[in-house]
Design a protein. Structure first.
Length: 573
DNA sequence: GCCGTTTTCGGCCCGACTGTTTTCAGTCG
């Protein structure tokens, strides 16, 4: 089993935590954390990079030493230094550091004074009242530790972005009613449009923060007030979601929004850039000495740092700052750029609505075209269409198209990719479709190589156009099946096929990093909703957000093209 | 451990809140 980027990142994160407990140089610790983040965000597998003889020190934050350690991990699946360190610092202490309120210093103290080595030890120590006896600890800390352990056992998952939005909306509405409050927005990973959100960071501006703070901590859905000061408070809602509120004066709004939008890595890089220019950047503004030179808007801050404005979706320290400096940032695709949807279902298979209802939905969104791509025969549970039923559907589409004026209904199907890589319908009918969407719906557990080759074989069919939900992941439910995404994309480029960014909230598949790799490889992508009702067509915004995180521009997106242009792209020679 | 149009050595983001303390260290974002 090849070592994945996630494996390497986890080893480095773990090493960083144990180093911190071991009192190592904090910047050395950060170097490992950085490396973990960089590797995690890489679209290509590091193991493959090495196989191709790439020089890993070209990667941001990876020097000679770390490159050597990565090679060691890829070669042996282990890191000798980590194992050596674990002889001195019990490995389980890293678990404890992940508990909120416990950092390296306290974990170390707990270990030294109470011989705590595991979550169980910690719980026992807390229950028997021994934690409060350590200098610097007290009854409150002891209580917090017990709470944190209980929550860890419950382990609330990250929310899908849409779920977070549903929580945020009513809360924002309430905060906006407070007198004296001007602006209330959500910042953080939510504003960066990450596929999942671990907490909500809300930013408000007000002359006087007292009222809005009070409203916040008294919000009906609050289960626990974690902390509350005059400008900042943290609560936990009943569903387990943590929400932070910061209140700043109007003159700091831009700086605060920039700061609370993150990411942390982006901010660190930005602040270092400010410092290099003799400036200081904080959530209150950009300062030269004591004078504030920017702060009212984000645009102003980036401008004063000699950078083009960086869209929130790009702020991950994945090269956006250099691109902003060189004025080479992408002009990110927008929902308005899209002219149609290339993947949806009707009640002929497992959709909930009729074809005309789906058409009306697409027309209301201002689209020029919509592909009807119902499931095919193998997917019995979804009432998949065989060639005969599909023929009838195609005739129906012809008749409907005559009534639709300039709007065009595209003939399509979501064709199952069978285990041997053949397609679930004969060429004689695929030939008559405008766009052939193909997908894997079973045999997810094939080894990486076989799964990859299964799909590439399917692409060999000259009627194959778009691979739907290419990794098969379901957020919080099912991991992506093992697949060599780079090889898949290279095969698609060679054959003139395309991949899909599936916009369903729990799919968002391809990932942001995959989108970035596709762009780098010159592979265009479709952003499709895979709608099973007309209302779901509006999920397009989620897919667009994901694509924006992957640096995609309108020119990189199939369904941002007019139908004649798209038709040309879909024609394989 | 990384990195370099101020540097190959000496830097490495910045501030709020808590709990414990009596002026601050630790943690978090």
């Amino acid at each position: 089993m090849p070592v994945s980027n996630g494996d390497i990142a986890r080893i480095f994160e773990r090493y960083a935590m144990l180093l911190e407990i071991d009192d190592a140089n904090p910047f050395r610790v950060r170097a490992y954390q950085n490396a973990a983040r960089v590797i995690q965000g890489l679209p290509k597998s590091v193991a493959d990079l090495l196989g191709e003889g790439e020089d890993l020190t070209q990667l941001e934050g990876i020097g000679k030493d770390l490159a050597g350690k990565i090679e060691e991990i890829v070669r042996t699946s282990r890191l000798g230094k980590l194992e050596a360190l674990e002889k001195r610092v019990p490995a389980a202490l890293a678990e404890l550091m992940a508990l909120p309120g416990l950092g390296a210093k306290r974990v170390k103290l707990l270990h030294e004074k109470l011989e705590v080595c595991s979550l169980e030890d910690l719980e026992r120590a807390a229950r028997t009242g021994r934690i409060r006896e350590i200098p610097g600890f007290g009854p409150k800390t002891e209580h917090k530790v017990l709470n944190a352990i209980a929550r860890r056992r419950g382990r609330e998952a990250q929310l899908q972005w849409v779920e977070a939005e549903q929580v945020a909306k009513p809360l924002l509405r309430e905060l906006r009613t407070v007198t004296g409050v001007n602006t209330v927005v959500v910042a953080g990973s939510f504003r960066r449009s990450r596929d999942t959100v671990g907490d909500l960071d809300i930013l408000a501006t007000a002359g006087d923060s007292t009222r809005v703070m009070q409203t916040f901590v008294n919000y009906e859905d609050v289960a626990e007030i974690v902390s509350s000061g005059s400008t900042r408070a943290t609560v936990r809602l009943r569903n387990g979601l943590q929400v932070d509120l910061r209140v700043v004066p109007e003159a700091s709004y831009g700086a605060a929004l920039q700061y609370f939008t993150g990411s942390k890595a982006h901010n660190i890089a930005l602040r270092a850039r400010a410092a290099k220019r003799g400036l200081k950047l904080s959530e209150y503004g950009l300062f030269k000495g004591r004078a504030r030179v920017a702060g009212r808007s984000e645009q102003e801050i980036y401008r004063k740092l000699k950078l083009a404005y960086i869209e929130p979706e790009l702020r991950e320290d994945r090269g956006e700052i250099a691109a902003a400096e060189q004025r080479t940032l992408p002009k990110l695709v927008k929902v308005d750029d899209l002219r149609g949807d290339l993947h949806c279902h009707t009640n002929a298979s497992d959709g909930r609505e009729t074809m005309p209802a789906m058409v009306r939905g697409a027309q209301e969104l201002g689209y020029e075209y919509l592909a009807i791509s119902d499931h095919t025969q193998r997917l019995r549970i979804a009432n998949g269409l065989d060639a005969k039923r599909l023929r009838l559907q195609l005739a129906k589409i012809d008749r409907l198209n005559e009534t639709l004026g300039r709007f065009r209904l595209l003939k399509s199907a979501e064709v199952d990719i069978l285990e041997d890589g053949s397609l679930d319908l004969p060429d004689e009918i695929l030939r008559d479709l405008d766009v052939v969407v193909c997908a894997v719906h079973y045999k997810f557990e094939l080894p990486r190589k076989r799964q990859t080759e299964r799909i590439i074989r399917a692409m060999d069919n000259r009627y194959f156009n778009i691979l739907a939900h290419p990794s098969g992941r379901l957020l919080g439910e099912r991991d992506a099946y093992p697949i060599d995404m780079e090889r898949l994309m290279a095969a698609a480029v060679e054959r003139g096929c395309f991949l899909e960014v599936n916009a369903q909230p729990k799919r968002l598949d391809l990932t942001d990093a995959d989108c970035r790799m596709a762009k780098d490889m010159g592979l265009k992508l479709a952003i499709s909703t895979d709608s099973h009702s007309a209302a779901q067509l509006a999920n397009m915004r989620l897919g667009v957000a994901q694509a924006r995180r992957g640096w995609l521009e309108a020119g990189d997106v199939l369904n941002a093209q007019t139908w004649p242009a798209l038709a040309k792209l879909l024609k394989r020679s």
